[in-house]
Design a protein around this ligand. Structure first.
Ligand code: DUC
Ligand code: ZN
Ligand code: ZN
Length: 476
C-alpha cells in the first residue's frame, strides 16, 4: 500500500507566505502532507529545479458570453479552460450575464449548460446584473448568493449594461443585505458617448481613437463615483481592471480614508500601451488591442506597479475576453472597420497572465515570488469565497498545483496558444518563467505544453461569501 496517490519531490514550494524546500503528498485529490522525506506515492513527480506553486486562479475571464452587437466570443468553456490550464491556472471565474428583461437564475442556468461537462479547469460564476428589478434584487440575488454565486459585476457604461446612479445605489444596498461582493466596471457612459460622437464627426474612427474616446479622466471620474456610492451605502466593492495612474490614485485615496475598496489590475496594463492601438504600419491591426478600459502609457505602467507593490491591488487578472481578428464576427470585420465603436471590446490573455507577471514582476525585481502567488492565486481565493479549498499549498487544500520553471525563456506566439482567438496581443513578447505542469485536484492536466486533461475534468465551485462582504453585511 502506498501512503499517497502522488508525491511531488525535489521542488521548492512557494505560497503567499513561504518559500521552502518540501515534498507534497496528495491523496484523493487533496494535499494531505507537506514536509521532508514523505513516504512513497503510487506515482511520483520529480520537480527538481522547479517551483511548486498553487495553481493560478483567474477571477476575471469571459467565456461564451454574448456581446452587444452580436460578435461571438472565440472561447467557450472547453477552449477557454484549456488555455487557462496551459497557462498554469486551475480555477477560473467567468461571468453569467443577465440580458435586460431576463431573470438572473435563467441566465445562470444557460451558462451552466455551456460549462458543465465541458470545462477542463474548475469554475465558478460571477453574475452580471444589467436589469436590477425588485424581484432580481429582492428574491433572485439573495438565493443565488446562498447557492454559491457570491459576487456580481455592474457596469457604468455600455448601452445594454449601464446602470444609473440610482440603480447602482440600490444594487450596492442589496449586496450589503445579502453579503455579496460587487465588482464595478468604472467608466462613465455619457462621457464616452460624447467623445465617440465627436471623434466620429471628425472622421477619427481608427482603432487608436477607441482609447481617445475613453481617457483616464473618464475612468477616474467613474471610479470616484463608484467609491462614493460604496461609502454612502457602506458596502465594500472591487474596482476591476484598473488601467492607470489616475484611477489607481482614486482607489489609494479611498483605502487611505479607511474605506473597504478592493482593486484588480490586469496583464494589459503592464504590457500594452495606447500606441499598440495604432497598429502595425498604421493598418487596422490596432483593433487587436481594443479592450476597455484601454491600455494607457508607460507612466501608467509605473503607477500600476506602484499599486501592486504597495497593496492597492489585491488581484492580478487577465480579463480574458477573446474575439477573433479575422472574419465577419471579428475585430476587423467590415462593420468594425467603419469605426472603433464597432470593434468588439476585449482581448485574450488567460494563458499568458502568469508568465507575464512572473517575468516583469519577479524576474525584473518588482515583486517577490510570494507576492506573485498572492496576486495570481491566494488573494483571488480569499476574496471570492474559495479559501481554504483553493489558493495555497497546505494540508486540506485541493491539490491544484503548477510546476514552474523559473528559468525557462519563451517567446509568446499565437502558434503555441491554446485559446480560440486567431491572434495573441502579446505576440513576440519574450518572458522568463513558464509553467511546465498543471495539476487539478491531483490529476496532471498539462505537461510540457501538452494539455492532457479532458473536458469535464473541471467542476463547478459553489463559493462561500467573501469575507470582505460578510464583514459589512446584514446577513447571518
Ligand atoms: N469589461 C470587461 O471586464 N471585459 C471586457 C470588456 C469590458 O468592458
Ligand atoms: Zn469591465
Ligand atoms: Zn472583463
Amino acid at each position: 500500500m502506498y501512503e499517497f496517490d502522488l508525491v511531488i519531490r525535489g521542488g521548492t514550494v512557494v505560497t503567499a507566505a513561504d518559500t521552502v524546500r518540501a515534498e507534497v503528498g496528495i491523496r484523493a485529490g487533496r494535499i494531505v502532507s507537506v514536509g521532508e522525506k514523505l513516504g512513497a506515492g503510487a506515482k511520483e513527480i520529480d520537480a527538481s529545479g522547479l517551483l511548486v506553486m498553487p495553481g493560478g486562479i483567474d477571477s476575471h475571464v469571459h467565456l461564451a458570453q454574448p456581446s452587444s452587437g452580436g460578435p461571438k466570443m472565440a472561447d467557450g468553456f472547453e477552449s477557454g479552460t484549456r488555455s487557462a490550464i496551459a497557462g498554469g491556472n486551475t480555477t477560473v471565474l467567468p461571468f453569467a450575464l443577465q440580458p435586460r428583461g431576463a431573470g438572473l437564475r435563467a441566465s445562470v442556468m444557460e451558462y451552466h449548460r455551456e460549462a458543465d461537462g465541458n470545462a477542463l479547469a474548475d469554475y465558478g460564476f460571477h453574475l452580471i446584473i444589467s436589469d436590477p428589478t425588485p424581484s432580481v434584487l429582492g428574491q433572485e440575488l439573495p438565493s443565488l448568493v446562498d447557492e454559491g454565486y457570491s459576487s456580481f459585476k455592474v457596469f457604468m457604461t455600455y448601452d445594454d449594461l449601464v446602470l444609473t446612479d440610482r440603480q447602482l445605489l440600490e444594487v450596492f444596498e442589496s449586496a450589503r443585505t445579502c453579503g455579496a461582493l460587487v465588482m464595478v466596471h468604472c467608466e462613465g457612459y455619457d462621457a464616452i458617448r460624447f467623445m465617440t460622437e465627436r471623434l466620429e464627426r471628425a472622421g477619427k474612427t481608427a482603432p487608436y481613437y477607441h482609447g481617445v474616446s475613453r481617457p483616464q479622466s473618464v475612468e477616474r471620474e467613474a471610479t470616484h463615483r463608484a467609491i462614493s456610492h460604496a461609502e454612502l451605502t457602506d458596502v465594500p466593492i472591487m474596482v476591476v481592471h484598473v488601467s492607470g495612474r489616475e484611477p489607481m490614485e482614486q482607489v489609494r485615496w479611498a483605502q487611505h480614508k479607511g474605506l473597504r475598496i478592493l482593486a484588480e489590475t490586469c496583464t494589459q496594463y503592464v504590457a500594452l500601451t495606447a500606441d499598440d492601438l495604432k497598429g502595425l504600419n498604421m493598418d487596422d491591426s490596432g483593433g487587436k488591442y481594443v479592450c476597455s478600459p484601454p491600455p494607457r502609457d508607460k507612466d501608467s505602467w509605473e503607477a500600476i506597479w506602484e499599486g501592486i507593490r504597495t497593496g492597492v491591488f489585491q488581484t492580478f487578472s487577465s480579463d480574458h475576453c477573446p474575439y477573433y481578428f479575422e472574419g465577419s464576427e471579428g475585430k476587423n470585420s467590415d462593420k468594425a472597420r467603419t469605426s472603433f465603436r464597432w470593434v468588439p471590446n476585449g482581448i485574450p490573455g488567460v494563458e499568458v497572465r502568469m508568465p507575464i507577471l512572473y517575468s516583469k514582476g519577479v524576474v525584473e525585481g518588482r515583486i517577490t515570488v510570494n507576492e506573485f502567488v498572492a496576486l495570481t492565486s491566494t488573494n483571488h481565493a480569499r476574496i471570492y469565497g474559495l479559501y481554504p479549498q483553493k489558493g495555497s499549498i497546505a494540508p486540506g487544500f485541493d491539490a491544484d498545483i503548477v510546476l514552474w520553471d523559473p528559468n525557462r525563456k519563451e517567446t509568446i506566439r499565437q502558434e503555441i496558444m491554446h485559446h480560440g482567438s486567431d491572434y495573441t496581443p502579446y505576440e513576440g513578447m519574450t518572458v522568463t518563467g513558464w509553467p511546465v505542469m498543471t495539476l487539478l485536484r491531483g490529476k496532471v492536466m498539462m505537461q510540457d505544453g501538452r494539455v492532457t486533461g479532458e473536458p469535464g475534468d473541471g467542476a463547478f465551485l459553489r463559493r462561500g461569501r467573501s469575507p470582505y462582504a460578510i464583514a459589512q453585511a446584514n446577513c447571518p
